[in-house]
Design a binder for this molecule. Structure first.
Ligand SMILES: CC(C)(COP(=O)(O)OP(=O)(O)OC[C@H]1O[C@@H](n2cnc3c(N)ncnc32)[C@H](O)[C@@H]1OP(=O)(O)O)[C@@H](O)C(=O)NCCC(=O)NCCS
Length: 150
């Protein structure tokens, strides 16, 4: 069945998506090779604490994929990079993950009119994946503030 020709309003805020997959074995190899140095560089203390347990590597690989998915929605220039710790994936109530930006990543989001970035993670059969959605700041209707409109 064809998709109905219904379009979002012209000025609807644009949600940007990014996705990434990361093999758990790749993360395990980095941990084997570089150990604590790798873990401390890529993951924040809170991320490491929240991933403790039997599925630790799968869950860290999910957060690695989430960080890369967030980098995609931030639309970095080709040679630019942000520190890994600037993108923290936290586990919220009921296990729902959310992203907290800091430093350069927060600055980029602000400059691009991104209010927050939502993420969804999955890990199965040795692969972790993540999708990130950049939610734009929503302007008041008509684009004018109350003061401007008065
Ligand atoms: C939440 C649920 C769907 C996770 O599915 P899963 O196949 O076990 O696990 P996945 O590997 O795909 O995803 C795991 C990730 O989902 C995220 N997650 C966990 N609970 C979540 C929730 N309630 N909402 C959104 N994301 C959640 C986490 O980021 C988790 O990874 P993490 O532990 O490393 O942070 C499942 O555990 C669940 O609660 N099911 C409820 C039963 C149900 O309704 N089934 C569907 C019937 S259609």
């Amino acid at each position: 069945m064809p998709t109905p020709a219904v379009h979002a309003p012209r000025h609807a805020p644009r949600v940007r998506l990014g996705c990434d997959v990361h093999p758990v074995a790749e993360l395990a190899e980095s941990v084997d090779l570089f150990g604590e140095r790798y873990l401390a560089r890529v993951f924040t203390p809170l991320e490491r604490e929240q991933c403790e347990g039997p599925a630790q590597l799968d869950r860290l690989a999910g957060r690695f994929a989430a960080k890369e998915a967030v980098v995609k929605v931030l639309e970095l220039p080709p040679t630019a990079a942000v520190p890994w710790h600037d993108i923290e994936v936290r586990t919220g109530r009921n296990g729902v993950p959310f992203v907290v930006l800091a430093g350069q990543a927060a600055q980029l989001a602000l400059a691009q009119g991104i209010e927050r970035i939502d993420v969804s993670l999955s890990h199965d059969a040795g692969i972790a994946m993540a999708v990130a959605a950049a939610m734009p700041v929503v302007e008041p209707a008509g684009g004018a503030t109350e003061d401007e409109g008065a």
